[in-house]
Design a protein around this ligand. Structure first.
Ligand code: SAH
Length: 410
């Protein structure tokens, strides 16, 4: 109640009383940001301090209730927006998470089959900031990066088990961003039995996923549209898969009738899984090579080898805005080297998963890579993550995965 007394403009209608007093108010500037759909707010965007990690009702500068948010005192992110809610009492945690999880599942209904891997919750885009949930068959893997979500796992996990019949729920909370919230780095079985490996089936292609040890939550689910594109283009092609991880692109290419696929990665385990994947799918023509991609490319002499289809999917080079300059050079050099390896009319599928690199900046980098080459390069298509990774129009930085389909035109 105390905090509501600070609401300015007493001539404005006062919000209805809220039983537990969990209220946060935006200042004038933040009010206009909220109207434009901003998801994150710092302490100086708010009138008065926040207390602890809680679900709160958010009021705008004029004292109007505008939605709900999660608070945090441990990082700079004092408030994360988590959608609107009907008038009346603030929901309890179970009511809130049940409604949001159900909505996220419904939003994806009919998009993906039961054997597919799928992102069920994509943070802010599902009004659940700080929560990611991926489904790999009977296993759910989640990642929590907001203190309120972390503190609510006791409510979330039973809901997931109940609604989705998960045999195992795993927390892959080994992401660096948790450090900013003072949350520990850990991988933990939250429910059920320890399942080390699962198979997901994407368009008839089997992929192996290791929930406890694989990258991210186990697999690069977000590249589904690019895998489909590669499969479509691959017939009869010699394919080079750079930064291949478990060969998601190589296997898709071979399934699409590629003549051969050469997967390059520095991780031995990833390449083993790529080979296992090829065997499981009855695919031939996969070659793997453990190497640093930069060394591998440097080692190829001009005119040495050519490929009809190259996939270039490096890890995020720019982990912060500060690193963007170096990252731009890295992307430019890699793309240039890849373009040089293309056979006439060859295709390059080039990706950037760096949040700090916008689509226009990435296109500009590709343009610089192509400048001065003895052939023209066409930009055929732009792709992003699949529809289970929705992007808010108001949050362009949530469009982290950018993929361009380029073609050598002679
Ligand atoms: N294309 C993959 C995802 C790539 S993730 C897919 O669709 O599944 C990036 C991969 O790059 C990781 O597997 C990591 O092991 C590898 N990697 C990172 N730096 C590397 C380097 N310098 N040389 C070779 N591989 C590298």
């Amino acid at each position: 109640m105390q905090r509501r007394d600070r609401i300015p403009h007493p001539q404005q209608p006062r919000p209805a009383p809220i039983p537990d007093g969990s209220v946060v108010q935006l200042n004038a500037r933040a009010t206009s940001l909220w109207r434009r759909g901003q998801a994150w707010y710092y302490a100086d965007d708010l009138v008065g301090p926040v207390a602890g990690a809680a679900l709160v009702r958010v009021y705008d500068f004029e004292g109007r209730a505008c939605g709900l948010g999660f608070t945090s005192v441990t990082s700079k992110l004092a408030l994360r927006a988590c959608g609107t809610w009907r008038e009346g009492p603030l929901p309890d945690r179970i009511e809130f998470f049940a409604a949001r999880l159900l909505a996220a599942i419904e939003r994806r209904a009919g998009q993906l089959g039961p054997e597919d891997g799928a992102r069920l919750v994509h943070g802010e885009a599902d009004d659940l900031p700080g929560l990611v949930i991926d489904r790999y068959g009977p296993v759910l893997v989640l990642q929590t990066t907001a203190p309120f979500v972390e503190a609510s796992l006791d409510a979330i996990v039973p809901l997931l088990v109940d609604r989705l019949g998960a045999e195992a729920v795993v927390a892959r909370n080994d992401v660096a961003v948790r450090k900013l919230e003072g949350l520990p780095q850990e991988v933990r079985l939250l429910h059920g039995k320890r399942i080390e490996q699962v198979v997901i089936v994407e368009d008839g292609l089997r992929h192996l996923v290791e929930p406890f040890t694989g990258h991210k939550t186990g697999f690069y689910l977000d590249q589904r549209p690019a895998r489909a594109l590669v499969r479509e283009l691959a017939k009869g092609k010699r394919v080079l898969d750079l930064f291949s991880y478990q060969g998601g692109f190589s296997l898709s290419a071979l399934k699409g009738g590629a003549q051969s696929a050469l997967a390059i990665d520095q991780s031995e385990r990833a390449l083993q899984l790529a080979q296992q994947g090829a065997e499981q799918n009855g695919l031939t023509g996969l070659q793997t090579e453990r190497a640093n991609v930069f060394d591998f490319l440097r080692g190829l002499r001009e005119g040495d080898r050519q490929f009809d289809l190259i996939v270039l999917d490096p890890p995020a080079f720019a982990k912060s805005k500060r690193e963007l300059g170096g990252a731009l050079r890295g992307y430019r050099d890699l793309n240039r080297q890849a373009l040089r390896l293309l056979a006439p009319y060859g295709w390059l599928v080039t990706c950037s998963c760096s949040h700090h690199m916008s689509l226009p900046a990435f296109e500009d980098t590709a343009r610089q890579s192509a400048a001065g080459l003895p052939f023209k390069v066409a930009l055929h298509q732009r792709l992003g993550a699949g529809s289970d990774h929705p992007v808010w129009l108001s949050m362009p930085e949530s469009e982290y995965l950018k993929t361009l389909l380029l073609r050598r035109m002679d």
